[in-house]
Design a protein around this ligand. Structure first.
Ligand SMILES: Nc1ncnc2c1ncn2[C@@H]1O[C@H](COP(=O)(O)OP(=O)(O)OP(=O)(O)O)[C@@H](O)[C@H]1O
Length: 358
């Protein structure tokens, strides 16, 4: 995630119960809920199957596994999978992230302290500095780095041999990686959003581990509102558990889950207050659009970036909003989701359309 870059949105995604990004509360519980091996890891069949082959083959040869690149939205299980890779290889794991490596020296220090076969998990690999990235090329390919000592004309590069290691890189956007870096990964797994059935399995598994009593319709209700993301599913489960404990008899039924998530303003499709505010403004104030992003942002009292980066991706993915060259447009599904009827289309003239572009 790159929320610490550029302007700070008024609504920080970490504040939202439906954000894919981890908050402090998540981190404490997530360790306990992480699947420990590939068998326990729900969904992502293709990535799991391919990775299983890569790891088995490496184990069979007694070799270190190839470097692995995992791409996908926050909260889909990239960190979890990297830990599973280490566990399946019987290797230790070192965890760091692109933003933490600003100088090539930072990376050299980490690489030179790796032990043979160790897994290095580099989260947000697309945010590494350029010099560090270039050092990584050589480390990945030749298990060697050149450490530069001194400055100016007297500087000398001292080659340093590294033990074979497995780099697991994670990125939310594989397209942002320079091709020379992408090409050095032996295996690339693209993590998809989870189906409601898969999320239901994640929720049931977490409920068991947290000792929470949950009915099948309770798990289904939470799954349907979890935006295809296990981290959100686990977070909603915890919020619903609180509600069930305080307002009901502790058992999460479909009805209890629906009531609880209404309190947290997460609707039946997983939209929260911000998502609905954007859609409502688009429909009520601008007749469904097209309307410019800046105008829409002012109408909901949020920063442009917040609307564009926090609310819109999910609305677009859900087929509720379209980004067009003329501005943002609501789809028929948006009208029906908010229980509203679109105005009569104006035919034969410019009508209302385009009035609000900005
Ligand atoms: N396939 C899965 N099966 C069961 N639980 C999962 C699965 N994927 C993720 N989870 C749960 O979701 C939580 C978030 O997963 P994880 O931290 O691995 O996501 P991530 O993709 O690395 O996110 P980020 O990019 O924000 O670091 C974990 O606690 C884990 O328990």
């Amino acid at each position: 995630m790159n929320w610490d870059e550029g302007s700070t949105p008024a609504t920080h995604p970490g504040d939202r119960v439906v954000s894919g990004a981890a908050d402090g509360d998540d981190q404490a519980v997530e360790a306990a809920l992480r699947p420990k091996d590939l068998g326990e890891f729900v969904g992502q069949e293709r990535v799991r199957e391919q990775l299983d082959l890569v790891l088995r083959a490496a184990r069979g040869r007694g070799a270190t596994a190839d470097h692995v690149l995992l791409s996908g939205a926050p909260g889909l299980g990239k960190t979890t999978l990297s830990m599973i890779i280490a566990a399946e290889m019987g290797a230790p794991i070192r965890i760091t992230s692109g933003p933490a490596i600003q100088h090539a020296g930072d990376l050299a220090a980490i690489l030179s302290s790796l032990t043979e076969g160790e897994v290095l998990f580099l989260d947000e690999i697309h945010r590494m500095s350029r010099p560090a990235e270039e050092m990584l090329y050589m480390a990945m390919e030749d298990f060697r780095v050149d450490v530069v000592v001194g400055k100016g004309p007297g500087a000398t590069a001292i080659p340093l041999e590294l033990p074979p290691f497995t780099l697991v890189g994670a990125t939310t956007r594989a397209g942002l990686l320079p091709p020379p870096l992408r090409d050095r990964f032996g295996f690339t797994g693209h993590m998809e959003f989870y189906s409601p059935d898969e999320l239901q399995r994640v929720i049931n598994r977490s409920a068991r581990l947290l000792d929470v009593d949950i009915a099948a319709d309770g798990a289904a209700e939470i799954a349907g509102r979890s935006r295809g993301t296990p981290r959100i599913a686990n977070r909603l489960l915890r919020r619903v558990r609180d509600y069930a404990q305080v307002k009901a008899d502790g058992v999460i039924t479909g009805q209890v889950a629906a009531q609880a998530l209404e309190v947290y303003e997460v609707d039946g499709r997983g939209l929260d207050r911000l998502d609905r505010a954007v859609l409502t403004a688009l429909l009520k104030l601008f007749g469904g659009g097209p309307v410019g992003l800046s105008t829409l942002a002012v109408a909901v009292g949020e920063e442009r970036e917040t609307v564009e980066e926090v609310a819109e991706p999910f609305l677009v993915r859900e087929g509720l909003l379209a980004r067009t060259p003329r501005g943002r447009v609501a789809t028929p599904a948006a009208w029906s989701h908010l229980g509203m009827v679109p105005p009569q289309q104006v035919t034969g003239g410019s009508g209302q359309r385009g009035l609000f572009e900005g």
